[in-house]
Design a protein around this ligand. Structure first.
Ligand code: URA
Length: 423
């Protein structure tokens, strides 16, 4: 096989054979195909696309590049959720224990944030003592004992994707639907879940800015999952405004705790309960306890406490708070009509909640509190945002980005929270 033939085939709009795909993924992972050749192939894929058969084989080749966990011997069925990422998206935190409290096992492998969207591991690492790195044996034990585990994906799972994603990140080839779908699904299939619910975000704060491309991504991923024997459904959900009222690591854990205590913002609760019901149904647990009841009766909170404790965390320790805060007041009275998710994500990132390079630390207490969400009334001179940071020099740039990210009393068509369901 020859990398140049493969690149030229795709460049000219041809379909790659299964053998070509298997060879190029394997040879690239072993370092036999050079980065510049893989970059050229990725760019050809971005322009020319892939057939369903090509995407399936590409995903399978990445899956076979590493280990695949197997939890079929657990007494409970496994089910998981993956979100394509959004601003204030802390849903995994209440969802995993809520679904565990309803009888399923949730093996959630998560990542750290890069850019304006936060990572679930960064959020959980703001809980004192909590550790993300677990061996497969530890993960299995916590799943069996508690029913839910959120941890870092080990380097043995889909190593081809790890290498390929880093290359796509620096070669302008992240935004290809077949490449995004195969990247996400190779990791989710490797984690060994029996059922999967995808939360595909749509809007300014998401990868997919419009419902059409989000729907295509969702259909591609649902096809890959079901073709591989994992019952997969997708919801398209709104990411034009942030989820909930807090954006930033410890701030989002605090909000998740409100939801686990039976309160919390309506949009976070609605999405948690909707995704939880889908996860249980996909796992074949239609008659199970309802996640809304698990949030109300304290069993989801009990599962959270056991999950945190099992990973070395102290569920009773106070969460870190940023050293400085700064309030931005509303310039007018009226109804807040829009609040741009991307701008809020960038402001939280500038305050220290996110990182610019993979190696950077995050500030656990940094972020933004939103005092109003679209549809709510605001009054001139009253707080609209509170900025939290350890470094006051960061405040002016964050505040600048927020000054034009909302409208008051301008009529708009907002996306519904749940836009579509694809099965
Ligand atoms: N998340 C992934 O894991 N892979 C992509 O390609 C994009 C988002």
């Amino acid at each position: 096989m020859d990398a140049i033939d493969i690149i030229v085939t795709k460049r000219d709009g041809g379909e790659l054979t299964p053998d070509q795909i298997d060879w190029v993924i394997d040879a690239y992972t072993r370092g036999e195909v050079a980065d510049e050749q893989m970059a050229a192939l990725n760019m050809a894929i971005l322009w020319r696309g892939m057939t369903r058969a090509e995407v399936a084989r590409w995903t399978d080749a990445m899956l076979r590049s590493g280990d695949r966990l197997d939890f079929t011997d657990l007494p409970r069925p496994t089910t998981d959720k993956h979100s394509t990422g959004g601003v204030g998206d802390k849903i995994t935190l209440p969802l995993t224990p809520a679904v565990a409290a309803c009888g399923a096992a949730v093996p959630q492998l998560s990542g750290r944030g890069l850019g304006h969207t936060g990572g679930t591991l960064d959020k959980l690492e703001s809980v004192p003592g909590w550790r993300a790195e677990l061996s497969p044996a530890e993960m299995r034990k916590i799943l069996a004992d508690v029913g839910g585990v959120v941890c870092a994906a080990g380097s043995g799972l889909a190593p081809a994707d790890r290498k390929l994603y880093a290359l796509r990140d620096v070669t302008g080839t992240v935004e290809s639907i077949p490449l995004i779908a195969s990247s996400i699904m190779s990791k989710k299939l490797a984690e060994g879940t029996g059922a999967l619910v995808l939360d595909v975000k749509v809007g300014s704060g998401a990868f997919m800015k419009d419902a059409g491309s989000a729907r295509e991504l969702a259909r591609t991923m649902v096809g890959i999952g079901n073709d591989n024997g994992v019952r997969t459904v997708a919801l398209l959900t709104a990411m034009d405004a942030p989820l909930g009222n807090r954006v930033g690591n410890a701030l989002e854990v605090a909000e998740a705790l409100e939801v686990l205590a039976g309160g919390g913002p309506d949009d976070v609760v609605e999405l948690t309960v909707t995704l939880g019901r889908e996860m249980l149904a996909a796992a074949g647990l239609e008659g199970a306890k309802d996640p809304a009841d698990a949030l109300r009766d304290g069993t989801a909170m009990d599962a959270w406490r056991r999950m945190i404790h099992a990973q070395g965390g102290d569920p009773d320790a106070p969460l870190p708070e940023a050293a400085e805060s700064h309030v931005i007041a509303s310039p007018a009275s009226g109804t807040l009509t829009t609040l741009d998710a991307h701008a809020v994500g960038v402001a939280a990132w500038r305050l220290g909640a996110g990182r610019a390079r993979k190696e950077d630390p995050v500030s656990p207490g940094a972020g933004v509190t939103l005092h109003a969400k679209p549809g709510e009334e605001v009054r001139e001179g009253e707080p609209l945002f509170t900025l939290h940071t350890d470094d006051p020099d960061r405040i002016p740039r964050a505040a600048e980005g927020l000054s034009t990210c909302y409208t008051i009393d301008t009529p708009v068509d907002r996306l519904p929270l749940i836009i579509d369901r694809i099965a």
